[in-house]
Design a protein around this ligand. Structure first.
Ligand SMILES: NC(=O)c1ccc[n+]([C@@H]2O[C@H](COP(=O)([O-])OP(=O)(O)OC[C@H]3O[C@@H](n4cnc5c(N)ncnc54)[C@H](O)[C@@H]3O)[C@@H](O)[C@H]2O)c1
Ligand SMILES: Cc1ncc(CO)c(C(=O)O)c1O
Length: 311
């Protein structure tokens, strides 16, 4: 019998919610996707076919009986649910308010998981009636394509929940990674270490954006998508790592703030795809074309990576 509860609720239908809901539904759950915004719900309903098409394209197994319903009524969204995944904006007070609204409506045994990118679970749980039921469940974007989820218990989290959530994650063929709580969790700490150095290299004019993207994609991303950083060290040799890290680590960027050139772009309204310009400029239709290329690439890469052994 699957450990995935029959009914699951996703709170927040922005970038992450719809893909999370579709993934759970594909695994057989009756999923209720809830948002306070009618527009967000309408957008998710309109995009649902595309998201399920992606799940189909990666060959995600379909357990019959799953479905997603969309709505703005919290009582309806929570009725009979066994698992709640919170995916509202990354603001502590907002998340705490959402947990209070949820706790007032569900039984004590319902799991509340948060998709926070890095707010400590311990801090979020402080305002809860039953802090032991809150656990971090950090999906990576796009959540219906990246088959790995970080599981982070806070100081108050009931430890039995860790194994329970790991079983749930395995039930839809994702890899659970159990971590100790640390700001940013593991994935974003590694990503932001890479991004810090990348932004410093751009700011200093050492490389062009195109050159940087090519270097990181092939020199780092391609290799790491197959071996992982720990195995990479065995492949390279720990002696090589010692020799290089001995002179290189002290040269790496250690700045603690966002680079000024990124702040300038933001001040000029250049946020990336959502504003038609950011690190690159996009003409008419370019953003849609790039989004399609990225999804097509991720589908192809996931199929390939799923077909080779874990190294
Ligand atoms: N976007 C990413 O790449 C990404 C990846 C991993 C984790 N996360 C995390 O997931 C969470 C959600 O991120 P997102 O990018 O989907 O945010 P988003 O801003 O795209 O969407 C959030 C949605 O929550 C809704 N919302 C706001 N208040 C609400 C409330 N009280 N009740 C219900 N819905 C409410 C908004 O209307 C919006 O539709 C954040 O904690 C974020 O840090 C995001
Ligand atoms: C740059 C960046 N920052 C945060 C997140 C989500 O936690 C992501 C992502 O892709 O998931 C990201 O790319």
């Amino acid at each position: 019998m699957s450990s995935l509860p029959n009914i699951a609720t996703v709170i927040g239908s922005g970038t992450m919610g719809p893909g999370i809901a579709a993934t759970l539904a594909r695994a057989g759950a009756t999923v209720r996707l809830y948002d306070i915004s009618d527009e967000a719900i309408a957008r998710a309903e309109a995009a649902y076919g595309v998201v399920t098409g992606v799940l189909e394209a990666v060959g995600s197994p379909m357990v019959p009986g799953g479905s997603v319903s969309f709505g703005t009524d919290l009582d309806e969204a929570l009725a009979g649910t066994g698992l709640i995944i919170e995916a509202v904006p990354e603001k502590l007070e907002l998340k705490q308010k959402v947990f209070a609204d949820i706790e007032a409506r569900v039984g004590d045994d319902v799991i509340i998981a948060t998709n926070t990118s890095g707010i400590p679970i311990t801090t979020m749980a402080e305002s809860m009636t039953l802090p032991g039921r809150l656990i971090g469940m950090h999906w990576s974007n796009p959540p219906h394509l990246i088959p790995m989820i970080e599981i982070i218990p806070g100081k108050a989290t009931d430890l039995a929940l860790v194994d329970k959530l790991a079983e749930i994650v395995k039930s839809f063929n994702y890899v659970p990674v159990i971590e100790k709580e640390i700001p940013g969790f593991v994935e974003n700490r590694v990503l932001y270490a890479i991004l810090r150095e990348c932004m410093a290299l751009l700011e200093e004019g050492i490389v062009t954006p195109e050159g940087l993207d090519a270097c990181v994609k092939w020199g780092i991303g391609y290799k790491l998508s197959v071996v992982g950083p720990t195995r990479l060290l065995d492949m390279a040799g720990l002696d090589i790592y010692q020799a290089v890290s001995g002179y290189l680590n002290k040269e790496l960027d250690v700045s603690t703030d966002t680079p000024q050139f990124i702040k300038d772009k933001i001040a000029a309204g250049q946020l990336g795809f959502k504003t038609g310009g950011g690190m690159y400029e996009y003409g008419e239709g370019d953003v849609d074309a790039k989004r399609k290329e990225i999804i097509t690439g991720l589908i192809a890469a996931r199929k390939t990576l799923s077909s080779i052994p874990n190294v």
